[in-house]
Design a protein. Sequence first.
Length: 416
Amino acid sequence: MAKNTSNLQIDSARLWGTIHDTAKFGATPKGGVRRLTLGPEDKQVRDWFRTACEAAGCEVHIDALGSMFGIRRGRDMSKAPIGLGSHLDTQPTGGKYDGILGTLAALEVVRTLNDAGIETETPLCIVNWTNEEGSRFQPAMMASAAYAGDFTTDDILSRTDAEGVSVGQALDSIGYRGAEPVGQIKLSSFVELHIEQGPILEAENKTIGVVDHGQGIIWYNGTMTGFASHAGSTPMPLRRDALATFSEVVLAVEKLARDHGPNAVGTIGEVVVANPSRNVIAGDLTFTMEFRSSDEATLAKLDRALHPVVAEIAARRKVAIDLDTLWRKEPTHFNADVIKAVETATNMLGYSNRRVTSGAGHDACNMNGVMPTAMIFVPCKDGVSHNELEDATQPDCTAGANVLLHTVLSLAGVAQ
Ligand code: HGY
Ligand code: MN
Ligand code: MN
């Protein structure tokens, strides 16, 4: 007799427990998590995750960029598994839920199916993607981008962090440079649960976001070359001040985003002054910059408008400014069938919901390029993320994991 799974629910206390237990790996005094990719804290949580996957009966595979794939057997092993998961790395001042909820909820789905003695028709594969955050190594969503064919493995292995450590060296330092080629584990579709990292669901008192689109992103690396000189004896008209020039560019980026809004954001997140000194006019500096929009045309307009604005500032201030486009990801339009599966599961479970566009980038955005993919959002407190204050509730995390469970069951089918 066909197993009736409609009343199946995940174990809320167990999921909540794993979220808070694993938050100790990289816990910060302010209640956040600092788990930079491929560092010692990432190794701790990876070791924990591998042990937990194996204890749940999954066969764990690790690819050449350290992404972790826990395969749960299905009745028909000739079918490519349904993928579910996210990432366990965090920002330097990250929170307990960004990426972590989706990865641990995927494990909870497997644990729940084990407890219920349910075998799916199609196998499942829970995934922890290496370096989703893009903070230590660029770009963001790095390993899933390589899986999707946007970068070669060798290119990514050679990328270095601010200390000059390569991805390859970092993988070796924590023992996670896997033997399997990137892309070897074939998946048939992918579903990712994530906190919204924005204010909409909470403001509208909705439990679930059915994510149908994701913003496009352009990342730039910038360098400025002015002329270092004495802060006291250099007259103002003779200065080629890189920091003052940088400040004009910061405000120009903000103005471009506002002028192209409301569907546009622009951010300068990092600046490093070479040989800083309080009584030296800054000569050289490097900085990062990004634009995002869910509209292809707006993203293209932002990029086109940027260069002449920067060139005018550079010429007027006699400071050379070089902008290198590091990474460009066009806006994501998720797969209609998987979106429908998420929406159907959500309505079957009776959760309030609405369609949303993701402001943040996610591994699912890369996976959508190579297989049917969609996402599930749950609210986070005040929409705050990439901040140690990041917070979510147990009921919302439970609801998201239940939607993930039933979405995956609808895609994988239940063995008779
Ligand atoms: O940048 C992003 O949107 C993601 O958090 N890495
Ligand atoms: Mn994330
Ligand atoms: Mn993030």
